[in-house]
Design a protein around this ligand. Structure first.
Ligand code: SAH
Length: 390
């Protein structure tokens, strides 16, 4: 068995359950390669944990077990998948939703692996070459544990010369249609890194429909396929979607169509968000709810945008368009932007502008995106609802 020896004193962190084995904590390692199983040991040589090598973030791999006798084989993966499935029992039995996450990386015991269910079509995502070396065992386990019509996979690591795509089952024609909270969305499992819908926002979408749409004009910035607009449009006076990418237009229109909403009744701009701020001000357009869900990094016309540095500019740009008593829905999925810092930025930005406001809600990941109690970055999603006071 290969080993990695920890720096003196570093064992406490891992004995307390930290799942990512960080390069900086390792004193000595015996030529570890992607996909190797190894024992993590103290400087004195005592066993701490069993891990696999898969390079991700600052880690050389992830802990899989705290029992020296555990074999990492198909049966091992099967038992973790089975527990994950049992924990999703609720999602298998609710009405109006047929898409959710089945297995969420380290939260379910295997960092680097996620599995999503899109109306019985499964999508496996491999986040390192290391986890991909277990593909055969993991696939066999998935096929035993989960029901499915088809299985697809995506490589989420750089330098992969392996293409993802269809794995097994009955290949559907894309887009397939999924249902979430009684709303329909198109999904592609075989077209670039994104699928058309971010399943981690399902409760935020529902919250917006139930509490922040009725009789409101809703602006959705960085709208992508319009998921927030479509669910809001059930209740809203009108929705406006803004995204830089040309493809956002047909994808958004199709999602409206799936829900029997005529896209012509809704506004859609293929435009940079900051340009839209100016456009809307020139045309005196105002809103009651503004959803801001940007990518963590983006580049447009030589300008770069980074959520950790520039989120305040989005709030400053949006406020002139927000009606009295209006709500900002401020979202970020940046794992290295902690909730505390995000809230501080929001409060400082609003206070500097002299706004009186109330924080209505702070939302995070839904239950199917199970997080790891000792690994903070796994709680990457933060959504803060701020309502202006008179
Ligand atoms: N809010 C979306 C997901 C956003 S994904 C949802 O809930 O589904 C990020 C989107 O931001 C992409 O569609 C991308 O085209 C868009 N984008 C990136 N930079 C932008 C900019 N400067 N202005 C407008 N849209 C931008």
């Amino acid at each position: 068995m290969k080993t990695a020896i920890l720096n003196k004193g570093k064992e406490t962190k891992y004995l307390n359950g930290y799942p990512l084995i960080e390069e900086a904590d390792i004193f000595q390692q015996g030529a570890l390669q992607s996909g190797d199983i190894f024992h993590l040991k103290t400087a004195q040589g005592a066993y701490v944990a069993t891990g696999y090598v898969g390079f991700q973030h600052k880690g050389i791999g992830w802990v899989l077990s705290y029992d020296e006798t555990t074999e990492i084989d198909e049966a091992f993966f099967e038992s973790l998948l089975m527990s994950a499935r049992q924990e999703r029992d609720y999602y298998y039995h609710i009405d109006g939703t047929n898409a959710f996450r089945l297995f969420n990386g380290e939260g379910d015991g295997i960092g680097g692996l996620t599995i999503d269910n899109y109306n019985n079509h499964l999508l496996i995502q491999w986040y390192s070459e290391g986890i991909y070396t277990f593909r055969n065992d993991i696939l066999a386990a998935i096929m035993k544990v989960f029901d499915y019509t088809s299985i697809y996979e995506k490589m989420r690591f750089k330098d992969s010369d392996i293409d993802g795509g269809f794995v097994t089952g009955e290949a559907p024609e894309f887009p397939i249609v999924i249902e979430e909270n009684f709303t329909f969305y198109n999904v592609h499992l075989d077209d670039g890194p994104m699928t058309g819908i971010f399943l981690d926002q399902k409760e935020v979408r529902k919250k917006i429909r139930d509490y922040y749409s009725s009789e409101r004009r809703v602006l959705n910035l960085f709208s992508y396929t319009g998921a927030f607009s479509v669910i809001a449009a059930h209740e809203a006076t009108q929705t406006t979607s803004v995204d830089l990418a040309n493809r956002s237009r047909p994808m958004t229109e199709e999602n409206f169509g799936l829900n029997a909403i005529d896209p012509k009744t809704q506004a859609l701009f293929v435009m940079d968000t900051f340009d839209y701020f100016k456009y809307a001000q020139r045309h005196n357009l105002t809103y009651d709810t503004i959803v801001i869900d940007p990518p963590s990094f983006a580049r447009n016309k030589k300008k770069t945008f980074s959520v950790t540095k520039d989120y305040d500019k989005l709030i400053e740009g949006a406020l002139p368009l927000l009606n009295a008593k209006g709500t900002l829905v401020l979202s970020t999925n940046h794992s290295m932007y902690p909730l505390k810092a995000f809230k501080k930025m929001i409060k400082e930005t609003l206070s500097e502008l002299g706004m009186a406001y109330r924080i209505d809600e702070v939302m995070g990941l839904p239950k199917d995106f199970k997080t790891h109690p000792h690994y903070k970055p796994s709680k990457y999603l933060k959504v803060v609802f701020v309502t202006l006071l008179d």
